[in-house]
Design a binder for this molecule. Structure first.
Ligand SMILES: [Zn+2]
Length: 428
């Protein structure tokens, strides 16, 4: 138990409080406040006024394709559809060992970046369920360091791909946590709606959460998020269903969206935007003006919908970049959605921490007494500065144990004191 105790001195908090101590005993936060005393023998770390945050959470990732960039070739058109085709070429060549090795490497990167919970989709359209077995093994192996939640994802279409329904059920029976889908990739709009109904009913029967790739296109007439909200409402799945991507909402008619967003809020739908991937894959059929293709983040937040940001891909058939840095994700979201007010920047930080934790349904997430002793200490004075500087992760702690440490960066880029004219409260 001794290595699950820790006292952090003199931290700043995301809400603006400074000079705060955090005490973790037996892996749990027992106190948060100024000038705490700790039982003798509890190791002390001096935060030197830097920013204490609950760990980063990624609500949308693909750990089965991660670090496969260039295998067997590079995506030439840069589109989602070529990425899916490319992944189809790679699938027969995959081995369980290689899948496990790449996923574990990525989890190492994640922990070093203070990213301690990931929801990863896993492709079930392979009768061997190779990726499912590999990621279940990875989930168990990384459990001491990182919460990995798996989504059964029918990449080639639930109805479009032979055996996808049976394979998805087999994956859930093996222990995959969440029901996934891809209605916009089914053969018709009607079959897409049918897949949403079937998957939501399956989740309701089994008491599971739902997270679908939904309307990931520039098609202004794609309507699957409407079906998803309807099924969530009908089956009483409030707060348990997530619509991922929803990029078509970027291109939809404003009148239609004015009806859609209240329906989503009423159904308690969560939304995940994937800023790095959306700005990369969408708008590829446009000349100019070229659409940004990210869903309507500020409007959804204003309507009370919980919106998180996901990393989605790192070095795979869809994306040639990424480094497990959720601050890079938040930074891209901030720019694409033009969330440049003080409140907007704070919401972008929340979108990779607390909002994502709510989507995953993480237990004991936060830095209040009673929460798990998990946190990251960032070399920044505020959430907005953390995003601006892609702040160094000075300390990454899980259950009171130090998992990663990094030296202070020599930098003159930090804001010393705050200009009196900047109101850092959440007022716009
Ligand atoms: Zn995805």
């Amino acid at each position: 138990m001794a290595d699950m105790n820790l006292l952090l001195r003199n931290a700043s908090l995301c809400d603006g409080r400074t000079g705060m101590d955090l005490l973790v005993l037996g892996g749990r936060v027992t106190a948060l406040g100024p000038a705490l005393t700790a039982p003798s023998g509890v190791p002390m770390h001096d935060a030197q006024g830097w920013l204490l945050s609950p760990p980063f959470v990624d609500a949308h990732f693909h750990l089965d394709s991660v670090l496969s960039y260039g295998l067997p070739r590079v995506n030439a058109s840069g589109t989602l559809l070529e990425g899916i085709a490319l992944w189809g070429e790679l699938k027969p060549q995959l081995t369980e060992e290689a899948l496990v090795e790449r996923a574990l490497s990525y989890c190492d990167w994640a922990v070093a970046q203070g990213l301690l919970a990931i929801r990863s989709h896993v492709d079930v359209c392979d009768d061997r369920l190779l990726a499912v077995r590999a990621l279940l093994q990875v989930r168990q192996q990384v459990a001491p360091h990182l919460d990995l939640q798996l989504v059964a994802f029918p990449q080639d279409g639930l109805l479009r791909s032979a055996n996808a329904r049976a394979n998805l059920v087999r994956a859930l029976d093996l222990g995959v946590d969440v029901v996934g889908g891809i209605p916009h990739f089914e053969r018709t709009m009607a079959e897409g709606a049918e897949s949403v109904r079937w998957l939501c009913e399956l989740a309701a029967e089994r008491g599971l959460r739902v997270d679908m790739h939904c309307d990931e296109s520039d098609d202004p007439l794609s309507r699957h998020v409407e079906s998803l909200a309807h099924q969530a409402q009908r089956l009483g799945l409030h707060g348990r269903v997530t619509g991922s991507h929803l990029t078509s909402m970027h291109s939809m008619d404003n009148y239609y969206v004015s009806k859609l967003i209240p329906l989503m809020a009423e159904a308690g739908l969560h939304v995940v935007a994937n800023p790095l991937i959306n700005i990369t894959l969408q708008g590829r059929h446009d000349t100019y003006p070229r659409r940004r293709g990210m869903t309507r983040v500020p409007e959804l937040l204003a309507a009370g919908v919980n919106v998180g940001f996901g990393h989605d891909c790192v070095l795979d058939p869809w994306y040639a970049g990424g480094s497990a840095d959720m601050l890079e994700v938040a930074g891209m979201g901030l720019h694409v959605a033009q969330m440049t007010s003080q409140a907007g920047m704070r919401q972008c930080f929340d979108a990779v921490t607390t909002h994502n934790a709510r989507i995953l349904g993480l237990d004991g997430y936060g830095i209040e007494p009673g929460c798990r002793g998990d946190f990251v200490l960032l070399q920044a004075r505020s959430p907005a500065e953390a995003i601006r500087l892609r702040a160094q992760r000075l300390l990454v702690v899980r259950g009171g144990r130090v998992l990663a440490q990094a030296p202070m960066r020599e930098s003159r880029l930090h804001l010393q004191g705050r200009p009196a004219t900047v109101d850092l409260s959440l007022q716009r």
